[in-house]
Design a protein around this ligand. Structure first.
Ligand code: ADP
Ligand code: ASP
Ligand code: MG
Length: 426
């Protein structure tokens, strides 16, 4: 059954691993065509093939010290242009009509800011016309154009956000995000094979998990889905029988588990402004200057400095902002009369997230105990109502996640212990 102009719209998104080679592209083409055959006007947002965005990032890194701005976006945006055209060719070959669109052709307008622009508006006319003409529309993820008509990108992992924003703008029935795992797990299954798949997760918990580094969904995508009440599902490209993980509005109060998910973020940098004079206005000067450069700060700790009447102020930023943060801090240091600035990129932020931890004392202590049992030292701690984060040495990040997972999801590891015991002959 072919869709007509009254048919519901579905937006699907396929990540880089789903379109990594010609065979995988053909598989994705079949999934899209199946949806179209069920009578849906179908829009598919495609990410760059395999690791090709990483390759473009590495190329830029070999060409300049601090890649960024217009030309960096122009370079990164090419990855998705390759993949949409490739999927369109595969669909056309199957005898269907497909059209590929880049961010401009799809009418995706963003802020002027490069490298992590937000989508402001999607002008859907071109998209709708093609859908109503019977086309399957393939849209580049991760990119848009700004008020100057230049390409912008939405931040790494931003194709998810393109898909959710299109779902809202097109008033589509739902948004299915296809990837190489069966949905959202209690932690990254590559790090902890015993991770448990979550059937339903609240937007708010998913948003926190995404923000603290679970790369499984882009934080802004979840935020947009929550705001627009958009049906959002994360599922597997390679196991179509599995319904995946559905985002839901409400948080179930009586969960058995206080912790829903655990994430590890290795792309943070820690700065310390040491020997700051202990007077009003110093923190405002430091963080105001960083904010003026659009640099978001995460964990913050102020402690007594070595010299009397001074403080040390330590905090973390995303590692892509580290170069700019250092530049800003050098200037601030002289202005406020601080002693020195130190930085450390060999860190990992490990976080637990769960609406079930509200009003449940002891969760933080359990997390710290799990780290202690692994012999892992904590450098910084931050908490919010449904999240606790600890900064640890980078090479201990994965061990930290495993230890914490075992603490909060012991049942998932039970058979592992039996197997280990069997192996050693108990
Ligand atoms: P895509 O290329 O489809 O966008 P990503 O690499 O961005 O895929 O995200 C999928 C990967 O996210 C998975 O392969 C998995 O290793 C990782 N991941 C990290 N945390 C989680 C989690 N909590 N649940 C599921 N996957 C996770
Ligand atoms: N290709 C981009 C990246 O690798 C965007 C995405 O895949 O979501 O970050
Ligand atoms: Mg992704």
């Amino acid at each position: 059954m072919s869709p007509n102009s009254d048919s519901p719209i579905i937006v699907q998104k396929f990540g880089g691993s789903s379109v990594a080679d010609a065979e995988k592209i053909k598989n994705v083409a079949r999934i899209i065509v199946n949806t179209y055959d069920k009578g849906y006007r179908t829009v598919a947002v495609i990410s760059a093939m395999g690791d090709s965005t990483d390759d473009l990032v590495a190329l830029a890194g070999n060409l300049c010290r601090n890649p960024g701005g217009r030309e960096y976006d122009a370079l990164l945006a090419t990855g998705e242009m390759v993949s949409v055209a490739a999927v369109a060719l595969a669909i056309n070959e199957m005898g269907y009509k497909a059209v590929s669109m880049n961010g401009q052709q799809a009418g995706i307008h963003t802020e002027d800011l490069h490298n992590r622009a937000r989508i402001l508006e999607i002008k859907t006319e071109n998209l709708i016309n093609h859908l109503n003409d019977g086309y399957i529309v393939l849209v580049t993820g991760f990119q848009g154009i700004n008020s100057k008509g230049d390409f912008t990108t939405l931040g790494r992992g931003g194709s998810d956000t393109s898909a959710v924003a299109l779902t809202g703008a097109l008033n589509a029935e739902r948004c299915d995000i296809y990837t190489d795992v069966r949905g959202v797990y209690s932690t990254d299954p590559r790090v902890v094979p015993q991770a448990i798949k979550i059937d339903q997760i609240s937007y708010i918990e998913m948003m926190e998990l995404a923000r603290v580094g679970a790369q499984v969904l882009h934080p802004r995508a979840v935020e947009l889905a929550r705001q627009g009440n958009i049906k959002l599902c994360k599922r597997s490209t390679f196991d179509l029988e599995d319904p995946g993980t559905m985002m839901i509005g409400e948080v179930t109060a009586d969960r058995n588990n206080a912790v829903t998910g655990i994430a590890c973020d290795n792309s943070q940098a820690r700065f310390a402004v040491e020997g700051c004079p202990d007077r009003p206005g110093i923190a405002a000067e430091i963080f105001g200057s960083l904010a003026n450069e659009n640099i978001s700060v995460d964990m913050i700790i102020q402690s007594l400095g070595r010299k009397e009447g001074t403080n040390d102020i330590a905090f973390t930023v995303g590692s892509t902002d580290a170069y700019d943060a250092m530049r800003v801090l050098e200037a601030v240091k002289d202005k406020i009369g601080a002693e020195s600035i130190t930085s450390d990129v060999e860190i990992s932020k490990v976080s637990i997230v769960g609406a079930g931890m509200i009003d449940r004392p002891g969760i933080a202590a359990d997390m710290f105990e799990a780290l202690a049992e692994e012999g892992i030292n904590i450098k910084m701690i931050s908490t919010s109502e449904i999240k606790i984060s600890c900064l640890v040495e980078k090479d201990q990040g994965h061990d930290a996640v495993r230890g914490i997972h075992k603490k909060f999801f012991p049942h998932a590891h039970a058979t592992e212990d039996v197997l280990v015991n069997e192996k050693v002959g108990y």
